[in-house]
Design a protein around this ligand. Structure first.
Ligand SMILES: [Zn+2]
Length: 481
C-alpha cells in the first residue's frame, strides 16, 4: 500500500476530456427529420441524413443557438465566421463516409469552467473548443442470426463536442468537471444529458509524467456511462501506467474500455499513428456568420447557471452540502425556490431533503407527480413553526398530504392533531403523572436518570403524541429536580 502511494506521489496525472452532448432540437442538424428517439429502426430518416448522393444539407438555426448558449455558459468566445468541414472515415453507420463537423473554426473557443475542489477552493479547467457536428447511426448485431444491421435514426442528430485543455489532474476533478458541465446542459435545457442513453458521452485522455517532464503517452477511455465508473477507470488507468513506467516498460497509445465486472481497463484498439481524416471544407454548406447582435440576444436569455445558484444558496444560509444536493438536481432546486416564495422557514430545506426526497424514492414517483406542492409544503412547515403541530404529527400530516394533496390545515383539524401546547394544560398532565408514580419519582431523584424516558413517554401517551416536547421537557425538569 505504502509503495502504491509513493508511486502516485512521484508522478502527476494529466487528463483532458472530450464530451459529446446530444442536443434536443426539434429536428436534426441538416434536415427536417424529427430529432426523437424512435424504436422502429430507420423510421426517422430522409435522403439527407441517410446520405443519398446529390442532396443538400441545410443548417438548423436552433443548433447554432444552443451552441452559443453552451459557449456563453462556459465562458467561451463565440466565433463570428464559422465553417463546416468533412471528416472522412469508413464505417457502416456513416452512410456518406464522412461526418459534417467543424475543424479550423469551431463555434466556441477559449472558455473555462470553475470546479470546486475538496478543500473548498476552485480550479479553472480551460475549455479549448466547442464545435457543432452530426451524430452517426448505429450498428445492431443480432446474436440469433449472426447478422449486422444498420439503424440510421440517430444519423444527423445534432451534437456539440466540448474539449478541455489537459488541466484535470485527478479522478475527483474529472468527476466534478463532468458533473458541472452536465448540470449546465440541463440548466440551459439544451439536451437531456442522460448518460445511460448516450446523450452525454465522455472520452477521457489520460497520461502520467514526472513533474516538469514533457507530456507522457496518453490512453483514451471511451464509452463510460457513469461518473462513478469514469473516476474508477481513471484511478485504475493512472496506476496501470505508473506501474508500466516503473518497470521500465512503454505505454502504448491506445483506446481502452472499462470492464465494470473485472474492475479494470482493457484495450479496444491501438492508435499508433494518428488517423488521417482528410478534413476539407464542406462545399455544400456556406460559411456561417454570427453577428454580435445575435450573441447579445442569446446572452439575455441565459437562465441562472449552477455556480451562481450554488453561491446564492450559500449566501442565503444553506450549508455547502445542502446547496450541493440542490444544485445537482434542478427539479428539487426549482421546488425549493418555489417553497421559499411562501415561507422563509429554515425547516423547509430539511423537509425537502429528508422527507420529500425519501417519499419520492419509496413511492417510486417524481416530484412533478407528488401531490405535495411547494405551497402545501410551506403550509406544513408553518404549522410546525407556529407550534400548531409537533414533529410527530407533522410526519403524519406529510404522508397524507403527499398522497392526497389535501391542505395540511384541514388534515390537522380532521384528525385532531393540534399540539397540546398550553402550559396549563400540560402542567396538569405532568402533575397527574408525578402523583401517579411516586416510586419512579423517588428512584429518579435518587439517581436513576434512565427513568426520564419513562416520564416523557407517559406525557406523550396522555397527550396522544400531541404534546409540545419542549414544554414537556421544561415541566418535567421543574417537577423532577
Ligand atoms: Zn433526415
Amino acid at each position: 500500500m505504502a509503495e502504491k502511494e509513493h508511486l502516485i506521489s512521484g508522478y502527476e496525472t494529466v487528463i483532458g476530456i472530450e464530451v459529446h452532448v446530444q442536443l434536443t432540437t426539434q429536428s436534426k442538424i441538416f434536415c427536417s427529420c424529427p430529432n426523437i428517439v424512435s424504436h422502429e429502426q430507420n423510421s426517422t430518416i430522409c435522403p439527407i441524413c441517410a446520405g443519398h448522393p446529390g442532396v443538400l444539407p441545410v443548417l438548423n438555426q436552433q443548433v447554432v443557438q444552443r451552441a452559443i448558449m453552451v459557449g456563453l455558459a462556459t465562458n467561451c468566445t463565440i466565433t463570428e465566421d464559422n465553417f463546416f468541414a468533412r471528416k472522412h472515415y469508413f464505417y457502416p453507420d456513416l452512410p456518406k463516409a464522412y461526418q459534417i463537423t467543424q475543424s479550423t473554426e469551431p463555434i466556441c473557443k477559449n472558455g473555462y469552467l470553475e470546479i470546486p475542489l475538496e478543500d473548498g477552493s476552485f480550479k479553472k479547467i480551460r475549455i479549448n473548443r466547442i464545435h457543432m457536428e452530426e451524430d452517426a447511426g448505429k450498428n445492431l448485431h443480432s446474436t440469433l442470426t449472426n447478422e449486422s444491421y444498420v439503424d440510421l435514426n440517430r444519423a444527423g442528430t445534432p451534437l456539440l463536442e466540448i474539449v478541455t485543455e489537459p488541466d484535470i489532474s485527478s479522478p475527483y476533478e474529472a468527476r466534478m468537471y463532468l458533473k458541472m458541465l452536465r448540470n449546465i446542459v440541463m440548466y440551459l435545457n439544451v439536451g437531456t444529458a442522460n448518460m445511460e442513453e448516450g446523450a452525454f458521452r465522455a472520452d477521457t485522455n489520460i497520461s502520467v509524467r514526472k513533474p516538469g517532464a514533457p507530456l507522457g503517452t496518453k490512453c483514451e477511455l471511451k464509452n463510460i456511462n457513469s461518473f462513478k465508473f469514469i473516476s474508477d477507470a481513471i484511478e485504475y488507468e493512472v496506476e496501470r501506467q505508473i506501474a508500466l513506467l516503473e518497470n521500465g516498460q512503454k505505454i502504448i497509445q491506445q483506446t481502452r474500455l472499462w470492464d465494470t465486472k473485472e474492475h479494470k481497463t482493457v484495450p479496444m484498439r491501438s492508435k499508433e499513428e494518428a488517423a488521417d481524416y482528410r478534413y476539407f471544407p464542406d462545399p455544400d454548406l456556406p460559411p456561417l456568420h454570427i453577428d454580435a447582435g445575435w450573441i447579445a440576444q442569446v446572452k439575455n436569455t441565459l437562465p441562472e447557471l449552477p455556480n451562481a445558484r450554488y453561491q446564492r444558496y450559500l449566501i442565503s444560509g444553506l450549508s455547502a452540502y445542502e446547496a450541493d444536493v440542490l444544485v445537482n438536481d434542478k427539479d428539487i432546486a426549482d421546488y425549493y425556490d418555489q417553497v421559499t416564495q411562501f415561507t422563509k422557514s429554515a425547516l423547509a430545506i430539511n423537509w425537502i431533503l429528508r422527507e420529500l426526497m425519501a417519499f419520492i424514492k419509496e413511492e417510486k414517483t417524481s416530484l412533478s407527480e407528488c401531490k405535495l406542492t411547494p405551497a402545501l409544503l410551506a403550509e406544513l412547515v408553518t404549522l410546525i413553526d407556529n407550534k400548531t403541530i409537533n414533529n410527530r404529527a407533522a410526519q403524519e400530516v406529510f404522508e397524507i398530504v403527499a398522497k392526497t394533496g389535501q391542505s395540511p390545515q384541514e388534515v390537522v383539524k380532521e384528525k385532531g392533531l393540534e399540539q397540546v401546547g398550553s402550559s396549563e394544560e400540560l402542567e396538569k398532565i405532568i402533575q397527574e403523572i408525578i402523583s401517579a408514580n411516586p416510586g419512579n419519582v423517588a428512584e429518579y431523584k435518587a439517581g436513576k436518570i434512565k427513568l426520564w424516558g419513562f416520564f416523557v413517554g407517559q406525557a406523550m401517551q396522555k397527550t396522544k403524541g400531541k404534546g409540545d416536547p419542549q414544554v414537556i421537557n421544561d415541566l418535567l425538569k421543574k417537577y423532577l429536580s
